[in-house]
Each structure stands twice: as C-alpha cells, then as structure tokens.
Design a protein. Structure first.
Length: 316
C-alpha cells in the first residue's frame, strides 16, 4: 500500500522560544499494574486556589521533558498554577529530542504499548495520587493534536476536571483526519486516490485483525487500533464541564471542515462547549509567512479560563 504521502500527527509544536524562565519540575515515578513505571514532572507552585494545569503533548516519540513550548510557553495560560506533564509508556528524559517521526531510537516498549487509552490510564493514576497528596481543588487540562484527544477523553471520564482546552483535535474520526492530511500533500487527484486507497486498506486491516507486530510512523498496532476506534463526537458529548475547542483554519494535519461541523452540532445542546477558529493559522499556530501567533492563542485561552472560572463561581 502506498502511504508515503502520509504525515501523521506530531507534537503540538516541536520548537519554541522560551517566554519565561521556570524552575525545574520535580521528577517522580508511580508503578503501573504491569510493574513498569509512569514518569511524571510536577512544578509545584503555591497558589491560594490550589490549581493544577495539566499539559498534554501530541503523538510523537519524544520526552515531554524536552518540549520547550510545553515547558516554557503554555504554562502562561495559568501563571500561578502548578504544572503537570506525564511521559508516555517507555519514554524517559534520557531519550534525546528529534523532529522526525521515523526515528531509529524510539523505545520498543513505546511502540508496543503507547496509545491514547494507555495515556488516559496513566494520567488518571497520576492525577488520583496528586489529588490525595496535594489536595488540588481546580484541575485544568490543555492538550494539542493527539494530546487534545487525550484531554477530551479525560474530561469525559473524570468528574473532577474543572475545564479543558483542546487544540486542533480534528474530526470525529481519525481516518478522516489522515485522509485530509494525505490530500493536502498529494500533487494530483490521482496521487491522492492511490495513497487514500492504500491507507484505507491499512485501516480495514487494523480494525479486522488480531494484534500483530507493527511499527509505522513511530506507532504500533495498539496505537493505530485505538486511534481508529475513537469517536470524538461521542466523547465530547459526555463532557459536562467547560470545554474550549480551538481549531486552526489552515491546519493540514486535521480536517478543519469536520472539526467545525462537529463543534456546531455539539454546541446546539451543550452550552459548556465553546469553539474558536483561527482562520489564518496552521497546525502550529503560525501565519502563512511563518510568524508565530501562539502568544495570541495563549492570551485568548487565558481569558477564556478566567471567564469560565468566574462563571462557575457565580453559579455555585
């Protein structure tokens, strides 16, 4: 099958300029039921509301510890909050940073075990521990790309999540986002059809087969199967707390049209969901000339979080 045109979801943004200096987050581990460890980083800050901001990375094989944007820019959406990041299965800070999706040093444990479902389990376990130990009263999730999917899943399952920001999470079905991505890179209609047919065959194979050894674009069978099975429309319909869906209008990684349609349908019956479009920005929140507008996005998120928090307090 021809899938060379495919460029998968990558981390929300892989490079960034530090916006403010932050002290190093404390590294900790919690044991999973299978005997492996979850590694997480907590930058604990004193704040009267005991607020925790959870920053969730995208789909690449990289340590969140080395993501400069997550660690240096997105904390600005809640400057006084404690910051939590969690490594994926099999990844530690010892893994050097790479911008390529097909890297030779990606851990085998990550390829075999990583999936949105596994990430949700890990975040849930870490959050449960921190709520007991640190007594956090307000927990806010922010994730981009695959991280947005994970944030949405957590918000739909955990009643104690107070607000969620989902960046460029895409269409209800992952297959539609991949086909959109293939089309955006195909030089002709014929090339698109050939690549789309090949990937659709792969999609059907994954959904109709038992697990098998696979490593494609930095992911294994469990990841592909889980991504193909997820219905974001159904997940988002179960979120009852404030949820901000952000979509870039020039995004080539996910289907902008289907993301818009999904948000429009959801907002009819769910006043807790707000949708914001940035027409002239790409998946990385850059303008066509390459200039970044991530600071504008961060400021808008910050304002929305302040407004939603005030509204919740006035309603209670």
């Amino acid at each position: 099958m021809n899938i060379k045109a495919l460029t998968l979801f990558v981390l929300l943004i892989s490079q960034a300029v530090c916006s403010r200096g932050l002290p190093a987050a404390e590294s900790s581990k919690i044991a999973r039921s299978d005997g492996t460890n979850i590694t997480y980083y907590l930058l604990a800050q004193d704040n009267p509301e005991k607020t925790l901001l959870v920053l969730i990375q995208g789909s690449d094989c990289n340590s969140v510890r080395h993501n400069r944007r997550i660690n240096s820019e997105f904390p600005d959406v809640m400057p006084q909050a404690s910051i939590l990041t969690v490594e994926k299965y099999g990844i530690t800070a010892e893994l050097p940073w790479s911008n390529t999706s097909e890297r030779n040093d990606c851990p085998a444990a990550y390829i075999e075990n990583d999936s949105p479902k596994q990430r949700v389990k890990d975040y849930t376990q870490v959050l449960s521990t921190l709520r007991k130990e640190r007594k956090y009263k307000r927990i806010v999730l922010l994730g981009g790309s695959e991280g947005a999917v994970v944030a949405n899943l957590l918000a739909s399952e955990l009643s104690y999540i107070n607000a969620t920001v989902s960046l460029n999470g895409g269409a209800p079905r992952f297959i539609d986002d991949v086909l959109h991505n293939i089309k955006s890179q195909s030089p002709s209609a014929e090339a698109y059809q050939e690549a789309a047919n090949g990937f659709t065959g792969f999609y059907k194979q994954i959904l109709n087969s038992e697990p098998f050894e696979l490593s494609m674009n930095g992911h294994g069978y469990r990841w592909w199967r889980n991504m193909f099975e997820i219905d974001q429309r159904a997940i988002l319909s179960r979120v009852e707390t404030p949820l901000l869906l952000i979509q870039s209008g020039l995004d080539k990684n996910v289907s902008v049209r289907l993301a818009q349609e999904q948000a429009a349908e959801l907002s009819k019956d769910q006043p807790n969901i707000e949708f914001k479009m940035y027409n002239n920005l790409d998946h990385s929140f850059n303008m066509p000339d390459g200039s970044s507008r991530v600071d504008d996005v961060i400021q808008d998120i910050r304002s929305w979080l302040d407004d939603s928090h005030k509204q919740l307090n006035s309603d209670s």
